[in-house]
Write a protein that binds this ligand. Structure first.
Ligand SMILES: [Zn+2]
Length: 202
């Protein structure tokens, strides 16, 4: 049901540096718009956060998209400190979202639903998307695999809020995580294990 869609950067050096994100397709929705990802048809794209490697595919196709209120401002103005587009050589999409996403919003798919969870920390306006029917969370850069913590020193990072975001995620029954870089992994109690790590880090 979940298709993993990896981007391919125009710049091979950038790809190997890990700045090309992973996109996912689930029914009529896609999670993030990494450069180089080609989604079949026109899924509605749910953006986890405004960093360039998660949004710049929006310049390549016309799918509608939804994002947080802050990400909408960051993408449309655009705000360099929030997208890092120029810094990393991406072209900002600039066009506005069709939908602003808020905590608790439920998006209905064909046989599944997607819940919006606000998870600031890595960046302002970060969202995670949870599919209760699959016990799966799409986490963008809020959660990586391998006990790695996300960067919290970027211009719009809010490190003090990351513990709260992890505690919120830990209240969900998550068995699988689809992170914004790399591929899906099994995750029972994984987010809980990050809480003491991030508390020490901050
Ligand atoms: Zn990011």
């Amino acid at each position: 049901m979940i298709e993993v869609c990896r981007g391919s950067s125009r710049d091979p050096g950038r790809s190997s540096s890990g700045t090309v994100a992973t996109g996912y397709r689930i029914g009529d929705y896609a999670i993030d718009a990494p450069e180089g990802v080609r989604y079949e048809g026109s899924p509605f794209v749910l953006i986890t956060h405004a960093h360039c490697d998660h949004i710049c595919g929006l310049t390549q196709y016309n799918s509608g998209y939804g994002c947080s209120e802050f990400a909408a401002v960051a993408i449309t103005k655009p705000l360099e400190e929030a997208t890092l587009c120029t810094h990393l050589g991406f072209e900002p999409p600039r066009r506005p979202p069709e939908k602003i996403l808020h905590e608790g919003d439920m998006l209905e798919g064909d046989g599944f639903s997607i819940e919006v969870i606000e998870t600031p920390g890595h960046s302002k306006g970060s969202l995670c998307f949870y599919v209760p029917d699959l016990k799966t969370a799409f986490t963008g850069d809020t959660v990586f695999g391998g006990q790695a913590l996300p960067s919290c020193t970027l211009p719009t990072s809010e490190p003090g809020k990351l513990v709260d975001s992890y505690e919120k995620l830990a209240s969900y029954e998550i068995e699988k995580i689809c992170p914004g870089h790399g591929g899906p992994f099994s995750s029972k109690h994984y987010v809980e294990s990050l809480i003491p790590m991030v508390a020490d880090f901050i």
